[in-house]
Design a protein around this ligand. Structure first.
Ligand SMILES: O=c1ccn([C@@H]2O[C@H](COP(=O)(O)OP(=O)(O)O[C@H]3OC[C@@H](O)[C@H](O)[C@H]3O)[C@@H](O)[C@H]2O)c(=O)[nH]1
Length: 296
C-alpha cells in the first residue's frame, strides 16, 4: 500500500463519508473495510491508529450534537482503549476549534482558547478538547504513545459536495449557477489547507517523535468575501454572491502559527489557495456532471 504500510483497515460508519472515495482500494488484498461506529468498541490488531472519526462540518456536527459528543468522548475512549490493549500508536485529529473565538492571533499551540461551553458548537469544540485531554491522560497514566494534530479548515477533491463548509459550498454554488452564500459579516477569516498537504502533515506527525499538539493548517488567511472573489476569479467568472445570516459563535478569525510544525516535522503546506481551488472545482464539476462554465 502507499505510504509503506503493509495493511490498512478502515472503519467508517459513513455518516459523512462515502464508499465511493475508497472504491479503488476495495478488493485490494492488503485493504479491509469495516462498517463500524467508533462509539462501539472495536477489536483489531494494529500498530497505528489514525482516529479521524467525527463529522467536521459545522452543519453535520450540529445536526445531532449529542451524537457528536458521544463520538468524541466514547469514540476516543474506545480507540485509546484499543491503543492501550494492542500497544498501538494513537493519532488524534483535533481541531483549530479548540481555540474557539480566539483572543490571540495567530494561534499558537500554547494558547488555551476561548470556547463557549454551552453553545451550539460546543459538542465539537468541547468534544475535541476532552478528546485531547483523554489522549494526554492515557499517555501519562498508561504510557500510550499519542500524537495530537490541530487541523485547520481543510478542503480538496473528493470532499462531500454538500459538506456545508465554506470552500465546498462556494465552489458547488458557483458551478451550479447559484449565488455564493457569504455569511455576515464576510470579514471573518479562515486559513484553508489543501488535503494532500494535510495528509502529509498527519503522516509526518504519526511517524515522528513528538506528541504534539501541533497545528496543521495553511497560514494564508482570507476573509470570506476574499474567498468568494477568488472562486469568481478562478472557477466561475460569472459567479456572484449574496450576504446571508450567520450562525451563533462563529469564530471571527483563525490563522495557525505553524512554526512548531515546521521545526518539529519539517512540514509546510505547498499548495496555495490559488492552486487548490481549481483542482477541487475540476473534481466537483466532474462529479456534478457539469460542463466547464469557463468555456461557455
Ligand atoms: O456557505 C457558507 C458557509 C460558511 N461560511 C463562513 O465560512 C467560515 C468557515 O466556516 P466553515 O463552515 O467552513 O467551518 P469553520 O472554519 O467554522 O469550522 C471548521 O474549522 C476547523 C475544522 O476542524 C472543522 O472542519 C470545522 O469545524 C465561517 O465564518 C462561516 O460563517 C460562509 O460564509 N458561507
Amino acid at each position: 500500500m502507499e505510504g509503506g504500510h503493509n495493511e490498512v483497515i478502515v472503519a467508517d460508519n459513513f455518516f459523512t463519508g462515502t464508499k465511493d472515495n475508497i472504491r479503488r482500494w476495495i478488493g485490494h488484498p492488503n485493504f479491509e473495510l469495516i462498517r463500524h461506529d467508533v462509539t462501539n468498541p472495536l477489536l483489531v490488531e494494529v500498530d497505528q491508529i489514525y482516529h479521524l472519526a467525527c463529522p467536521a462540518s459545522p452543519i453535520f456536527y450540529k445536526y445531532n450534537p449529542v451524537k457528536t459528543t458521544k463520538t468524541n468522548v466514547l469514540g476516543t475512549l474506545n480507540m485509546l482503549g484499543l491503543a492501550k490493549r494492542v500497544r498501538a500508536r494513537f493519532l488524534l485529529t483535533s481541531t483549530s476549534e479548540v481555540y474557539g473565538d480566539p483572543l490571540e492571533h495567530p494561534q499558537t499551540e500554547e494558547y488555551w482558547g476561548n470556547v463557549n461551553p454551552i453553545g451550539v458548537r460546543s459538542c465539537y469544540d468541547e468534544g475535541k478538547r476532552i478528546a485531547e485531554t483523554l489522549a494526554f491522560d492515557y499517555h501519562r497514566q498508561h504510557g500510550v504513545e499519542i500524537r495530537v494534530a490541530r487541523i485547520f479548515n481543510t478542503y480538496g477533491p473528493r470532499m462531500n459536495i454538500d459538506d456545508g463548509r465554506v470552500v465546498s459550498n462556494f465552489i458547488a454554488q458557483a458551478l451550479r449557477g447559484e449565488e455564493m452564500t457569504v455569511q455576515v459579516p464576510g470579514t471573518q477569516t479562515r486559513s484553508f489547507c489543501y488535503v494532500s498537504d494535510m495528509v502529509d502533515g498527519l503522516i509526518r506527525l504519526m511517524e515522528g517523535n513528538d506528541t504534539g499538539p501541533i497545528n496543521l493548517g495553511n497560514p494564508g488567511e482570507f476573509t470570506m468575501l476574499e474567498l468568494a472573489a477568488r472562486v469568481k476569479e478562478l472557477v466561475v467568472p460569472s459567479a456572484s454572491w449574496r450576504m446571508v445570516d450567520n450562525t451563533p459563535d462563529d469564530p471571527r478569525k483563525r490563522k495557525p502559527d505553524i512554526s512548531k510544525a515546521k521545526a518539529i516535522l519539517g512540514w509546510e503546506p505547498k499548495v496555495t489557495l490559488r492552486e487548490g481551488l481549481p483542482l477541487m472545482a475540476a473534481d466537483f464539476q466532474e462529479r456534478l456532471g457539469l460542463t466547464d462554465k469557463k468555456q461557455q
